[in-house]
Design a protein around this ligand. Sequence first.
Ligand SMILES: [Zn+2]
Length: 142
Amino acid sequence: MKYADTRASLDHYDDLPEPDERGEIRGLPENASPVHSLPMPLDPDARLRVSGRGIIFLDSWQYQRAACDRLIKVVLPMTFNDADPDSCEGCRVETGKWAIDAQAWWARRNRRDETRQRRKQEAEESAVQRALEERRQAGDPD
Ligand SMILES: [Zn+2]
C-alpha cells in the first residue's frame, strides 16, 4: 500500500560525471535499492524542504532519517509504497506502526533518541574522567 504523508527516499546517490543542465552534480543511483520511507517531518522547515517538486537531493546538514533510522540523502517525488519489491524491510515495519499512530511513533522515536544521546554523553564523561584519573596517577611524584 501507499502511505500518504510519506515520501519514498534513498540513502545514497551517484556523482554525475559532469553537472546537469541545472548545475546539479548528484544523480539517481544506478542501484536505487532499498527504497526507504520518509514520514513527513514534524519540523516545519524540514517538512517544507522535503515536500518540493521533483527529485530532491539534500545537503549534508539537511539529511533526514528514514522510518528505519537510515540517513536520507535523496527524496523522491512519490509516496512510500510497501508493495514495491525494492522497499526497505525496516521501513515497511516502521511505517506500518507510524501509520497506526503517528504521534505515539514520534514520541517513541524521541524517547529513544534522548536515551541514546544521554548514554553517549555519559560515555564521553566517563572517558574524560578516566583520562583525568590516569593523568593524575601518572603525575603523582612518589
Ligand atoms: Zn529503511
